[in-house]
Design a protein around this ligand. Structure first.
Ligand SMILES: [Zn+2]
Length: 490
């Protein structure tokens, strides 16, 4: 490897509070344009912003979840710039005293360092109607609470960056801080990417510095990343592009590039002339904020088991495979369902079936729910009934294929597995005589296949097995059936 990869992330997330950051307007999308506005979020002169207490609590909570230090004395600052969707001419943000800073989170054994997590207000949204030469602005989003997380430039691969973003989304959802849907813009990722020749740089106090007289290559900022897949693709594209430029003796231009999802490339948007001077200064209309021990303790009480910890516990307690545990924790309601299934299995002294049950949840159950567009919370199956189904399949009372059929019926009817099996006569046929009779009949019906099989074409066994299964509507015990067929075809 000739180059080291250096990645830092900036992630904005819309907080799920009832009202906006500094006024009492509703904080909800989907309202008629410009209806959720007031003189404060429209930036009228003389209005006074009042910080949203819940947004501060969520900031601190997310900070605690990332093992951050919390600034018990914090303040808001003005970040001054002009843009049409920013009516005040400045954004209220946090500069040198963010609520949370210096955190870290462990992902699959690697620590990712967090620089800061702070609060700010969102801007309005511009629209450019098709075939028009004008722009419309919706201020419903202006002043909505926005959480910004910045990582240290210590991420070393596109895969790790993607993993971090996924985990961050899970944490925000588990804590009820944000829906964090990338496609809806509720979570927006930006990546700073540079490649440096091995041995030319060092990481010190949160900065990438050159060693001795070496020169560093510029970093590139990538925006328009609207999915986790895009996080990985955009970063990998940049790593390749920058490495090739350097290999060709070119210099990397410090610029902002946008990811084009349809072409899987990044495109230059603007070149950075110099660092923007936002002339930050303390927001004079909001007094500094002190967080006392009591308030902090109350926020800390909201910390629940985080997705990554839950994943590790599920793997070690129930011997789940990493991929399956990962799929489960991705959806808080689904993993809660799974844990209840496990506790029913435990009561039935069948906890060894947990990996099996987990496999059924992420494959068959999810497949069924997705096909009808049902959420796990609304499904007509409870963990107890689901655990019964798993036990019945495991006891060999029905085949796995019939189990899938029973599960669909359970989801459609609210009935239990035993009831469905009894009512529809789905119980496995393990009666040797009955299967033998069917096998003999089928063998008599296909003399040429029998001759071929006896002549050495052994894969034809699958053909005979299939015929018996069809004749018994899939209820014949596959193991017994195979033995009986082999005996009859000797
Ligand atoms: Zn307002």
């Amino acid at each position: 490897m000739k180059y080291d990869i250096i990645i830092g992330l900036e992630i904005h997330a819309e907080l799920k509070t009832a009202s906006k950051m500094f006024c009492s307007c509703p904080n909800s999308s989907g309202m008629i344009q410009n209806s959720a506005t007031c003189p404060i979020c429209l930036g009228h002169p003389g209005t006074l912003p009042v910080p949203n207490k819940r947004a501060i609590e969520l900031n601190i909570l997310v900070g605690l979840a990332h093992n951050c230090e919390i600034n018990l004395f914090s303040k808001f600052d003005r970040k001054n710039y002009f843009y049409p969707d920013l009516p005040k001419g400045y954004q209220i943000s946090q500069y040198n005293l963010p609520f949370a800073h210096h955190g870290k989170i462990n992902l699959d054994g690697n620590d990712i360092l967090i620089t800061r997590i702070h609060l700010e207000e969102d801007t309005g949204k511009s629209f450019h109607p098709k075939n028009s030469n004008y722009t419309l602005i919706d201020f419903n989003r202006a002043g909505a609470p926005l959480l910004e997380l910045v990582t240290e430039p210590t991420i070393r691969s596109a895969e790790e960056a993607k993993k971090f973003c996924q985990n961050y989304q899970r944490i925000l959802r588990y804590l009820g801080a944000s829906n964090a849907d990338l496609e809806k813009g509720e979570m927006r990722c930006e990546a700073n990417i540079s490649v440096q020749e091995v041995g030319t740089w060092k990481y010190e106090n949160g900065q990438i510095l050159p060693i001795g007289s070496k020169k560093l290559n510029h970093k590139v900022e990538v925006k328009n990343i609207n999915s986790f897949r895009a996080v990985e693709k955009a970063i990998n594209f940049e790593i390749n592009r920058q490495s090739q430029e350097l290999d060709n003796g070119q210099k990397i231009i410090a610029e902002t590039r946008g990811f084009d999802d349809s072409k899987n490339i990044t495109v230059s948007q603007r070149v950075k002339e110099s660092a923007a001077d936002y002339r930050y200064f303390p927001e004079p209309d909001i007094p500094p904020i002190r967080i006392d021990d009591q308030w902090l303790a109350k926020i800390r009480e909201e910390l629940i088991e985080l997705p990554e910890d839950k994943k590790n516990r599920l793997m070690s307690t129930y011997a789940l495979k990493k991929e399956i545990a990962d799929q489960l924790v991705d959806d808080q309601k689904l993993v809660n369902f799974a844990e209840e299934v496990f506790s029913h299995l435990e009561k039935a002294k069948k906890i060894n079936l947990a990996p099996n049950a987990a496999g059924w949840i992420v494959s068959e159950l999810l497949k069924n729910l997705n096909s009808t567009g049902t959420k796990i919370g609304d499904a007509k199956i409870n963990p107890e009934k689901f655990s019964e189904l798993i036990i019945i399949i495991n006891e060999g009372k029905i085949t796995s294929n019939i189990g899938q059929e029973v599960l669909s019926k359970m989801l459609a009817t609210d009935m239990g597995a035993k009831e469905i099996i009894k009512e529809s006569g789905l119980e496995i046929i393990s009666d040797n005589e009955a299967i033998d009779k069917i096998a003999k009949k089928i063998i008599s019906q296909f003399p040429s296949q029998v001759a071929e099989y006896k002549g050495g074409k052994l894969p034809l066994m699958a053909f005979f097995l299939g015929k018996v299964m069809a004749a018994t509507a899939g209820k014949a015990d596959p193991k017994i059936t195979k033995e009986i067929l082999e005996n009859n075809l000797k």
